[in-house]
Design a protein. Structure first.
Length: 691
């Protein structure tokens, strides 16, 4: 890790002498070894000869997971290497690195190594026992002033659930947390490769008092586990309030109710009454988000006008919802305008979206536009912990209206340097370019840092340049989502594309193109903005040899990977024995419900590209189609494309079916069956089942 923010990790994994096709084994290994947040894919190298392989970006809690599957023949030995860069964000006083360990079976040689290097010094390193008591104390830590090494290496016997069990007890998240030494509240300035990064995380400051209105969705869709976990989280959150804090609660379905029409101090009596109120909520009815937010803002405005709150305090609204509006104002853009109109500059809005039914893009836009952030809450057993953790990150404001300034004529292209709030345990990061006229002033630091990083096995030089580009791209993506006109949106889009291609970033607007050395096969993967849009499950057929080049492309429109299913067919009767005419280039029809119109378009792509046709996270079904080119191409004419392979993946049972014009592959995670010959009969059955 370099500068507390950027890491370049190299992972090696060996699978020795497998006795059968290890698609299932490799999938599990890659999940537990590489299910990490990917912000920039630098190099992807697979040294597989004559094997099938596929590459795909799937979904995770940070929506940036890289996933790959490989068929390995019996008795073979396979080694995986994945090189990537990740920007680590400081939260609750720590940088945190998590590895998802889910091997699914006993592993003869199981080892995890985490190396940390910090030029400014390491303050602390922790390895919380997140894997359970079974592995308590097994993580070994060695550290010095600037370096730390964590090793987790359970033996084959230690992996067993019980003494004679054949199943593995390893199933969870292995986490390493650390923080760096900070000598000054003014922060640290790192210079490298003509760029600088300024880390600002002052400590020893007293928290500012806060005024907070909790806006909680209690519509019918919140019934059951969602409401139970929200109530559990609120019980703990309310206990965190102090006498210096003021709060109230607004709950809404088709109606809007206030626990208290005015803000009240966070005394023990008021907190106890609020907890009783929360406990008795019964979800039902529709969702009136607009009216609920209007009521919350009015409450803060009234308290401010009446002088009830400390002028130094921080005022915020915390919205918790699981669905789109169904009552009152239901147009999302109108709600966004209404909230922005009444919100004052000193107010902030934080949004929590529970599950995948909520329009997370809307929650993110409305939060960013009102000086807040959004967080998706996943409906798992730890949803209440996710809510509490998010609240903890924003519950202790230390500073307001922060500006990080630099000498004039010394820097350029500076990222955001004005911040609305600074919260305890977080960090403000500003990056930019150092102007040539000032290079002599900073040259000593630049040479010293780059030379020092070059000597470290797990660090890399020039990290400041990559970090500047990454922060800039993320800020441009935020600006793009809030762009008021199409012209401005196009200009921002072009800037994003230029930076993303130059620095090899995967974004919602760019994609990875993975191709074999002979360029016979190509596989496309993107970075979905919202997990509801799904992602390719991976069913490529590229025989890769040697080094696989990776390049970022944006020739395809962003909607290529969107998952709009085809309308149901009303045709009846048996399929003809021979099909003599086929339309070239895939055609799609998308229904726009708000405009009540259908849009028909072609995808003008290239052979080898994979299109995601259907993705249903609820049912666990993914359907992909891989394109092939026309066998006869006239000179100077465009290559016509067709669907050559259709793949269906049913996640609950791990079943995968791939249908091409000459074979059918059926895989259930343990074995693979191949069908040749009279393929038409099988295609008819599959076609009838799907459409």
């Amino acid at each position: 890790t370099s500068g507390g923010q950027r890491s370049l990790l190299k992972k090696k994994l060996q699978v020795c002498e497998s006795q059968k096709s290890c698609l299932f084994v490799c999938d599990q290994i890659l999940i537990f070894h590489h299910n990490l947040q990917i912000n920039s894919l630098k190099i992807l190298q697979c040294d597989f000869l004559d094997f099938f392989s596929s590459f795909c970006l799937a979904n995770s809690q940070d929506m940036e997971t890289f996933k790959t599957e490989v068929h390995v023949p019996p008795g073979s030995k396979t080694e995986f290497e994945l090189h990537y860069q990740e920007m680590m964000q400081r939260k609750l006083g720590f940088y945190e690195h998590s590895l998802y360990l889910q091997p699914g079976r006993l592993v003869p040689q199981f080892q995890v190594d985490v190396y940390i290097y910090e030029p400014s010094g390491i303050a602390s390193v922790e390895t919380p026992n997140t894997l359970g008591e079974h592995f308590s104390g097994m993580a070994k830590l060695t550290s010095s002033k600037n370096k730390a090494h964590v090793v987790f290496k359970p033996s084959l016997q230690q992996q067993r659930k019980c003494e004679n069990c054949t199943t593995s007890a390893i199933d969870g998240i292995f986490t390493v947390k650390y923080d760096v030494l900070r000598d000054s509240n003014a922060g640290e300035l790192h210079v490298s490769d003509g760029h600088f990064v300024h880390f600002f995380a002052p400590a020893n400051l007293s928290p500012l008092p806060k005024n907070i209105v909790f806006v909680i969705d209690v519509s019918g869709s919140m019934w059951g586990v969602k409401m139970k976990q929200t109530v559990e989280a609120m019980q703990t959150i309310l206990d965190d309030l102090t006498m210096d804090d003021y709060f109230s609660i607004v709950d809404f379905n088709h109606n809007v109710r206030c626990w208290s029409e005015e803000l009240v101090p966070g005394s023990n009596i008021q907190v106890a009454e609020a907890k009783k109120y929360i406990q008795n909520i019964k979800p039902n009815g529709g969702t009136n988000i607009n009216e609920a937010l209007m009521r919350a803002v009015q409450m803060l405005v009234k308290a401010s006008n009446q002088g009830m709150i400390d002028p130094r305090s921080v005022s915020m609204i915390m919205l918790v919802s699981d669905g789109d509006p169904t009552v009152g104002e239901i147009k999302l853009s109108a709600i966004q305008k209404n909230v922005k109109k009444v919100m004052r500059e000193e107010f902030s809005l934080f949004s929590l979206g529970i599950g995948f039914d909520v329009d997370y893009d809307f929650l993110e836009r409305i939060a960013m536009e009102n000086r807040g952030v959004a967080q998706r809450i996943y409906t798992s057993h730890d949803a209440s912990d996710q809510i509490r953790r998010f609240y903890s990150q924003v519950s202790s404001p230390l500073l307001r209206k922060i500006t990080v300034q630099f000498p004039e004529n010394s820097v350029s292209d500076v990222t955001q340097n004005h911040f609305d709030k600074y919260f305890s345990g977080s960090e403000l990061v500003v990056a930019g370019k150092v102007l040539p006229s000032e290079s002599t002033t900073l040259n000593t630091d630049y040479l010293e840092l780059d030379a020092e990083l070059a000597q470290q096995q797990h660090a890399f030089t020039g990290f400041a340049r990559q970090m500047w580009a990454y922060i800039t791209v993320n800020q441009l993506l935020a600006e793009r989502s809030l762009a008021p006109t199409a012209v401005k949106k196009r200009k921002i889009t072009q800037r994003i594309l230029t930076l993303a291609v130059e620095h090899q970033f995967v974004t919602p607007l760019t994609a990875l193109l993975v191709e074999s050395e002979e360029a016979k096969e190509r596989l496309l993967a993107d970075s979905p903005k919202d997990p509801k849009q799904g992602c390719c499950a991976g069913s490529g057929m590229a025989a890769l040899g040697g080094r696989t080049p990776v390049q970022v492309v944006h020739s395809l429109p962003p909607w290529v990977q969107m998952t709009t299913p085809a309308p149901p067919s009303h045709a009846k009767g048996p399929l003809p024995d021979h099909i003599t005419i086929v339309e070239n280039d895939p055609h799609f029809i998308v229904h726009l419900p708000k405009n009540n119109m259908d849009v028909c378009f072609n995808i003008d792509s290239e052979p080898g590209h994979i299109l995601n046709l259907v993705s249903d996270p609820g049912a666990g079904v993914v359907v992909n189609g891989q394109l092939v080119g026309s066998k006869r191409v006239e000179e100077k004419e465009k290559v016509n494309t067709y669907f050559g392979t259709i793949s269906v993946f049913y996640q609950p049972d791990g079943i995968r079916v791939s249908v091409s014009t000459d074979r059918i592959d059926l895989t259930d995670g343990t074995c693979t069956l191949f069908y040749y010959g009279k393929v038409k009969r099988y295609i008819s059955k599959v076609h009838g089942f799907l459409f």
